[in-house]
Ligand binder design. Structure first.
Ligand SMILES: [Ca+2]
Ligand SMILES: [Ca+2]
Ligand SMILES: [Ca+2]
Ligand SMILES: [Ca+2]
Length: 236
């Protein structure tokens, strides 16, 4: 079981004891944290390096890079810890930071979207903005023998100001082709109705997650039956 301590920037992995009292088997504190650090999400990363040990990802939006008392500059970050025979690594094996302070608001395992045996991970930024303020963005990093890629192999933005992007998760393998698929959700997307929200589904392939949307679901907040649009599956 993974537990996060909101505001204090610490994560602990608990294992049960005979007396029923949890004992932390692993914990991590961001070394650069200042006041206001928000460690917002934690998830299994699957097995990003294919060694048979599960790995863990931690998201810390609104990390502050100051040390020694000052809050410094707000930024977001995510870190991955590899599992091993002795448990999780003490220090991150992989990390990403971004000056957008919502980066890392949600982290998750994408499954194996390209079928190579290594898990991929997803990092969301709720209020990330590139072109449209607070549109939201999600990035996918690919697993490999030495761990995750340093450059995102796929990304998605809502391209609508203030839509935000709340989460991105593995959808399993919805079309049964052996490649994991991904679903992305925006809680405040507008499409005829204010803040109705929208979900997008993307499919995996031998070359990774396709950029084309497979399916869109919207009209969630209007108390109407869900309206889904199944789009043609792109050929890659
Ligand atoms: Ca592993
Ligand atoms: Ca993979
Ligand atoms: Ca954009
Ligand atoms: Ca699939």
């Amino acid at each position: 079981m993974l537990s996060s301590a909101w505001k204090t920037g610490s994560k602990r992995r608990y294992s049960g004891s005979a007396a029923g009292q949890p004992a932390a088997a692993w914990s991590f504190n961001y070394p650069t944290q200042g006041t206001g650090t928000l460690m917002t999400s934690v998830s299994s990363a699957g097995d990003v390096n294919g060694d048979g040990f599960s790995d863990v990802i931690v998201g810390c939006s609104e990390e502050y890079n100051g040390s020694g008392g000052g809050p410094g500059t707000p930024q977001g970050s995510a870190a991955v810890f590899h599992g091993g025979a002795g448990g999780l690594s003490v220090l991150p094996n992989w990390s990403r930071t971004n000056n957008n302070n919502s980066y890392g608001s949600d982290v998750s395992c994408a499954g194996d979207v390209n079928g190579d045996g290594f898990s991929e991970i997803l990092i969301s930024g709720l209020q990330f903005g590139t072109g449209q303020a607070n549109e939201g963005r999600v990035e996918l990093y690919s697993g490999g023998l030495s761990g995750l890629s340093t450059i995102a192999s796929w990304s998605f933005e809502t391209d609508q100001a203030s839509a935000t992007l709340g989460s991105a998760e593995s959808a399993g393998d919805v079309n049964g082709d052996g490649f994991s698929d991904v679903i992305v959700g925006s809680p405040l997307y507008d499409n005829g109705h204010l803040d109705e929200g929208r979900m997008w589904m993307f499919t995996g392939s031998p070359s990774g997650l396709r950029p084309q949307v497979l399916m869109v679901v919207s009209e969630i907040s209007q108390a109407l039956p869900l309206s889904g649009s199944l789009l043609p599956l792109p050929v890659m």
